[in-house]
Design a protein around this ligand. Sequence first.
Ligand SMILES: *Cc1c(COP(=O)(O)O)cnc(C)c1O
Length: 379
Amino acid sequence: MMNPIRMVDLVTQYGNIQEEIDAAVLGVMKSAAFINGPEVTAFQQNLEKYLGVKHVIPCANGTDALQVSMMALELKPGDEVITTSFTFIATAEVIALLGLTPVVVDVDPDTFNIDPNAIRRAITPKTKAIVPVHLFGQCADMEEIQKIADEFGLFVIEDACQSIGADYIFKDGSRKKSGTISNIGCTSFFPSKNLGCFGDGGAIFTNDDSLAEACRSIANHGMVVRYYHDRVGVNSRLDSIQAAILRVKLKYLDNYISNRQNAARAYNEAFADFPQLQTPQESAFSTHVFHQYTLLTTGFDRNKLQEYLAVKDVPSMIYYPVPMHLQKAYTDPRYKDGDFPITESLSKSVISLPMHTELSPDQIDHITQSVIAFIKSNF
Ligand SMILES: *Cc1c(COP(=O)(O)O)cnc(C)c1O
């Protein structure tokens, strides 16, 4: 019998590495080094090595990673930060929380990532930083974005919450891991992310020594020397149990990525003959780690497909149904419906299929056959 299909199957994934995870967690409990213990340092060092980056600063979640980064860059109220409207809200949320001004721009219609030309057009004398999001597991056009940043003296903060392990491929053929390309990168270890823990977690990446020191201090109440507070900080830590789990799972990350890529390839092949379904477009400058497998539909109502799949016990999700600039909390007289046509059209026509490290061939068959049956019955 086929296992039930889930968007993300963390139950089966845990089962496959249970002994190692259980031993790692028990080890922390026996040591009682719950905060900033040796497991945190060991995971941090292993991740630095994996990413080829000088500093990894673990913190409590991906949202905090973004906030601490912006605080470390000393962005000030009124500074404009350019980002994409087609993302998870956390990106814009921290910009707004810090009193900075989020300036959103449209995306590339094929990769769904921020459009460098649109960034260029949005720059004003108040612009201080760009936050590209490597959406669904594929890097934004970083070489072009960095060129714009250099030209205008802007910081670049990569939101790599969905892309850990993805390679950016430069024009000269050299590679860097996503999140390590610009001034500072942020990731999330939320359970469903590609490297997920068993609760909340996150990290900041940088090659800049003084930025790293600032981030470490801000994430720890603004302290450098204990009980001497040089700046206003926050309390944002990765706890040792999560670090111990992540240290085990990091060993499997490349395997997990290739499982996702194999599932994506099977989907792509199954959908190749259906013009109503545009499969994920992979850019020449990035590998794709398929945090999500997202179809762009044309000529039919994707909500009807979602309903049809639900009846077949195939879960699906809409990432994201409402762009940031049309969210109630972010209503802004500068923006109205129609301002970002590509983002708005994507939010009405994308659908994400189950994507995880444990999808079996029979599950993939059932999913693709269900999608195809819907298409055939409508055309
Ligand atoms: C998940 C995610 C975040 C936030 O991470 P948390 O750990 O949930 O705070 C930020 N940006 C993007 C693009 C994400 O996918």
